[in-house]
Design a protein around this ligand. Structure first.
Ligand code: CUA
Length: 157
């Protein structure tokens, strides 16, 4: 069968493009898996409650700054009340042992998705003392609307 040169050119072009597209899908799904910027660290959700820093959530302060470790689980944040000093950067580290949750500090731009298997981080500063509401903003089940915590920003001693 005689195939015109012009036709052969486009048959090969289409084949090469198809291979390139399939390769792009395979590479982006495996080798260079893409994650949102707040999801840089992985964790085994089955061990979160027992064998990680999230087994003992709380506020930790050292020469590197203030770190708040928060467990977001059905249907509450632990700790329920978080006290941080005013005027210092605060790093929030949040994970979930069960389903997808949100972690939003109302009135600020701290707003992250908390997915099981990942540690989500956000850094925020609170120049003035005050009180903030923290809510879960991803629907996680029947008592989703009850999932909240309190952030108390206090003057450093
Ligand atoms: Cu947790 Cu909604």
């Amino acid at each position: 069968m005689n195939v015109d040169l012009y036709e052969r050119f486009w048959m090969w072009t289409a084949t090469v493009l198809l291979v390139a597209f399939v390769l792009a899908i395979v590479v982006s799904a495996t080798v260079s898996a893409v994650h949102p910027p707040s999801h840089t660290e992985t964790i085994d959700p089955a061990r979160v409650r027992t064998e990680s820093e999230f087994a003992h959530p709380g506020v930790f302060e050292d020469e590197n700054g203030v770190t708040v470790v928060v467990l977001a689980a059905l249907y509450q944040f632990t700790p329920q009340t978080i006290r941080v000093p005013a005027g210092r950067p605060v790093r929030f580290r949040v994970t979930s042992p069960d389903v997808l949750h949100g972690f939003q500090i109302v009135g600020t731009n701290a707003n992250i998705v908390v997915a099981p298997g990942y540690v989500s981080e956000v850094v925020a500063s609170f120049p003035e003392p005050g009180e903030y509401l923290i809510v879960c903003n991803e629907y996680c089940g029947l008592s989703h609307h009850l999932m909240q915590a309190k952030l108390l920003v206090e003057n450093a001693p």
